[in-house]
Each structure stands twice: as C-alpha cells, then as structure tokens.
Ligand binder design. Structure first.
Ligand code: NDP
Length: 329
C-alpha cells in the first residue's frame, strides 16, 4: 500500500505515517550494513522520517545514520531527520546533559557533526529537565531555529502541563513553540496519548511521533512460550527493559491478541501497529527493527488498518481491558 503522510501537528511538515528509529539497533545491536538495508528499504517505501538521539549508542547511532545518508545521496529535501538532547552521550558532569542553553547548543552542534549535516529537521527535548527554567529551554530552541540549525522542535515524555507551559511562554514572547511530542504508545501504554493530551491536540495542535509501538517486541508474540535468542530483551544491560515489559499479564493478553490477528489473516505485529495507526492523534508510528524482514512485515500495517473495524477494535478492547478513563468533570 502506498505511504500516507500527515502534517505534524499544526506545522506544515508532512511526515510519513510509518517512520524508522534507531534506538538500540544502529551502532549497537545491528551491523552498519543492516542499518543501511533498513534505511534503504524504508526510504524506497516512502518513509521520510528517521528518528535518532544523542544518547543512542552514545552518539554512534547518529554517526551510522549520517554516513548512510551521505552514501545514499538522497536529496536533503526528501527526508526528515531528528535528534534529541537531554541524556548526553555518557559524560556525567552536570553541564553535559539536561536542557540548559549550554547543553542544548553544544549537543546540537555535536549532533550535526556526527550526522555530517548542516541542520536537523526536528530537535527534541528528550525528557523534561526539572533543573532548568522552561523559559531558557524555549528561548534556546527558538534561537537554534533562528540560526538555521534546526527547523522544528518538540518534546519527549513531557506532561501536558509542561508542554502547555512551553507554549504559554513561547506565545507571550513571540517565540516558536514545540510542534510535537514523542510519547510511548502501544496497546499496553495508553494514558498520555488517549487521555492526558486530548485537549492539547486541539488547543496547540500537538503532533505525536510515538515510540515502542510493539512494546519492544512483546507485541510480536515471540516471547509467548519461550525466550528467543538474539532479541532485544536478551541483550546485556537491558534487564530493566525486560523486567518492565515482559510481564505475565501482558503475555496472557498477547496470546489472545494473536488468535484475533490470525482470524483476520494478519500477523500480530502488523495488527498491533495498525491499531496504533488507527488513532488519528498519532502522526507517525516510529518502527524499530533489527532485521530487514521485520521492517518488511511491519510495513503491512498501513494496509491492515481497514481490517480493524469498530467491531474488531471493540474485541481488542475486550482483550486488553485497559482503556484509560477520562476524568469525570
Ligand atoms: P518497537 O516496540 O516496535 O520494538 C522494535 C523491536 O521489536 C525491534 O528492534 C525488534 O527487536 C522487534 N521487532 C520489530 N518488528 C518485529 C517483528 N515483525 N517480529 C518480531 N520482532 C520484531 O519499537 P522501539 O522500541 O524500537 O521504538 C521505535 C523507535 O522509537 C526507536 O528506534 C526510537 O527512535 C524511538 N524511541 C524513542 C524513545 C524516547 O524516549 N523518545 C524511547 C524508545 C524508542 P529484536 O529483533 O531485537 O527483538
């Protein structure tokens, strides 16, 4: 099915509804050749957004992606590339992370060097920084835009209140505010996207680039009855991720979801990704893949959306039993 595009929030930036991220894969779990095969396939299928961050493989993910972009020679106006600042690249000193003007400016400069690019299309504040006044962060992002180093900015895992604070300050001072938030969103993690942000989609025109749509692979069904080798949740140092994601409760739901997917003639990852795409407040679903075959499979989610009729969506709700409640006003 042909790629679909959507404006990122109220901005003029049109992003493909499926995009490709590099967390844990580029510069770490997979070879540079595999990374190139993933990006090439994605680009050829109409994916125009590649997501990255300073902390991914401590800067190496940006280097690998930048080298591929250079090698492929794709027109600079044909793709969107992002980075994110907050976690630093491993330095522990207080000036080496966070959302201060100092770190944001230095991190942006360093990301551009690693990517070998003149500007980033999207620059995210990877987490809120309780130690830096929001005014300083908004001013800095605005200035980076004025300097031509970034084109748009956004937030990741900020609360609706923090996003609104940034908007209020930007508005009062005629500065450019954030256009997008990058939250986790999948069948198990729903509250922010479905409830917390529901007002601000309308008021500020928030776009969303959602992460871990398969809950780090659990929604592929491959952890159901055994622990497969060579997968993310078996990687050294990621015990915390395994603990957080791989619970018996989730596996029970995944087994039932798998049966429903089979009934529809879909694979479970494809059904799970299509479910994310069905949410009109999701601008793009960021895919992760360690193998080309996964990406090829996952791209079928675009065409699978039409099979998720209201009746099927209700059956999914009945399995999940986790629809977030709107507060009673
Ligand atoms: P997913 O939840 O979709 O997990 C992707 C992983 O699941 C793959 O790397 C692969 O891991 C496995 N997988 C994917 N497809 C299949 C398939 N068809 N069959 C079997 N296994 C499959 O997404 P990510 O967690 O990777 O998140 C996507 C992107 O979001 C990241 O790359 C990053 O850009 C962004 N992100 C942003 C965060 C933020 O704080 N802003 C945080 C996390 C991610 P394996 O083969 O190793 O099992």
């Amino acid at each position: 099915m042909e790629m679909q595009y959507k404006n990122l929030g109220k901005s003029g930036l049109q992003v493909s509804r499926l995009s490709l991220g590099s967390w844990l894969t580029f510069g770490k779990q997979i070879s540079d050749d595999t990374a190139e095969a993933l990006m090439t396939y994605a680009y050829e299928q109409g994916i125009n957004f590649f997501d990255n961050a300073e902390i991914y493989a401590r800067g190496k993910s940006e280097e690998v992606m930048g080298a591929i972009l250079k090698k492929k020679g794709w027109a600079r106006d044909s793709y969107i590339v992002s980075s994110k600042a907050f976690f630093g690249i491993g330095g522990e000193l207080p000036t080496q992370k966070g959302l201060s003007r100092k770190h944001l400016v230095e991190a942006c400069e360093a990301a551009l060097k690693r990517f070998q690019l003149d500007y980033l299309d999207l620059y995210y504040c990877h987490r809120p920084d309780k130690q830096t006044p929001i005014e300083e962060t908004v001013w800095t992002m605005h200035q980076l835009i004025m300097q031509g180093k970034i084109l748009y900015w956004g937030t990741s895992e900020w609360s609706a209140q923090e996003i609104m604070e940034a908007h209020m300050f930007a508005k009062q001072n005629h500065l450019i505010g954030p256009i997008v938030e990058q939250p986790e969103y999948n069948m198990f993690v729903r509250n922010k996207v479905e409830v917390e942000f529901s007002q601000i989609y309308k008021s500020v025109g928030l776009g969303t680039t959602i992460w871990s749509p398969l809950a780090s692979g659990i929604l592929s069904g491959k952890y159901n009855d055994q622990f497969p080798d060579g997968t993310r949740l078996g990687m050294d140092g990621l015990e915390w991720l395994k603990e957080r994601n791989l619970t018996q409760e989730r596996i029970t739901a995944v087994l039932e979801l798998g049966n429903l997917a089979k009934e529809l003639g879909l694979s479970l990852p494809v059904m799970s990704l299509a479910w994310c795409l069905k949410n009109p407040n999701v601008s793009t679903v960021i895919l992760g893949a360690s193998k080309l075959q996964q990406l090829q499979e996952n791209m079928q989610a675009l065409g699978a959306q039409e099979l998720l009729t209201p009746e099927i969506m209700q059956r999914i709700e009945d399995i999940l039993q986790n629809k977030p409640e709107f507060p009673a006003y």
